[in-house]
Design a protein. Structure first.
Length: 42
């Protein structure tokens, strides 16, 4: 549970600007979800 807790803490820490896709993927996995990234036209 330590890795999951760390990922979630980083995700919700407003002072941590070093958010990575790995952190988002860990948080998503902890919530039973997956990451979906979409590039939309401007």
């Amino acid at each position: 549970m330590g890795i999951i807790r760390t990922s979630l803490n980083r995700l919700f820490d407003a002072d941590d600007t070093n958010l990575t896709l790995a952190t988002l993927a860990g948080a998503a996995a902890a919530l039973g979800r997956r990451i979906k990234l979409e590039l939309a036209p401007a």
